[in-house]
Design a protein around this ligand. Structure first.
Ligand SMILES: [Zn+2]
Length: 279
């Protein structure tokens, strides 16, 4: 009767066969913050709730547009114009009513979000398009001792702007490990690279690709919450070549964020991020 899962009935019976009682309880008790409630963030929320996570903080100030409906399976056409986080909370209340969803209609970074993240031991999942807030979110999480899982998808183009590839990556930045920059952002300054969607123009975005990357991210989050984190901290997926790879990237000793002695320097790092990465 005192089980944290008592209110969930048998809903997670099959997941329990995978994670065990202890693992499932640990997942259930880990609060998750999802920053960015778009195509990938919305699926991360749904997948996480179905896998047993129960407490969520959703951060996004965006409203649902008709063009989102190709990938926002939690919404109906009647939801156009509503805040995405409100649409998601209402949908989740129907599908997994045990979940508690707190909403912050802000764009990261915002003081309210920073204050809230400092309050609780969130596992943070970032589903934000642009580079600068992702690096800022990573630095904040590292300062607070929170593990940060970053999800990205994108489309690569050749010189003639023909789409040549699509895919994505999931990066895990945690205490003692490589930061987001060392996990690949420093090599991804070309905004046409599929790993970092660039610019302000509308980019292609497709449900199936988002679903693959959201599933990879949430599975990694489950492993972390259950106390058996994967050794790798980077997963790359190419949809067109149908290849996937995982790797463990070490922190770079010279890195101002995660390298030796970085703690003393990290406060000044945001001022050093080159303008090309500030979007
Ligand atoms: Zn680093």
């Amino acid at each position: 009767l005192t089980s944290p899962l008592a209110d969930a009935g048998d809903r997670h019976a099959r997941t329990r066969l995978w994670l065990g009682d202890e693992g499932l309880a640990a997942v259930c008790e880990t609060p998750v913050c999802i920053v960015g409630a778009g195509g990938t963030g919305s699926l991360c929320l749904t997948f996480a709730a179905y896998l047993g996570f129960r407490d969520f903080l959703l951060v996004d100030d965006d409203r649902l547009d008709a063009s989102n409906l190709n990938r926002f399976v939690n919404a109906t056409p009647a939801d156009i114009g509503r805040h995405k986080i409100d649409v998601l909370a209402a949908d989740l209340a129907l599908k997994v009513p045990q979940c508690r969803v707190e909403r912050l209609p802000h764009q990261f970074p915002s003081i309210d979000v920073i204050d809230r993240l400092a309050d609780e031991r969130f596992l943070v999942i970032g589903c934000v398009d642009s580079v600068k807030p992702r690096i800022e979110l990573d630095i904040l999480c590292r300062r607070l001792g929170l593990t940060y899982v970053d999800v990205g998808t994108g489309f690569g183009r050749d010189a003639a702007q023909t789409i040549t590839d699509s895919g994505g990556q999931v990066l895990v930045s945690r205490a003692g490990g490589a930061c987001l920059m060392c996990l690949g952002f420093t090599h991804l300054l070309d905004t046409r690279d599929y790993l970092v969607p660039g610019g302000t123009e509308a980019e292609p975005s497709v449900l199936t690709l988002n679903a693959v990357m959201a599933a990879v991210a949430v599975d990694l989050a489950v492993a972390i919450a259950a106390g058996h984190p994967r050794e790798h901290n980077k997963v790359m997926y190419s949809r067109d070549r149908f290849t996937a790879a995982s790797m463990l990237i070490p922190p770079s000793p010279d890195c101002a964020i995660c390298g030796t002695g970085a703690a003393a320097r990290v406060a000044g790092v945001l001022g050093q991020v080159p303008d090309a990465e500030r979007r």
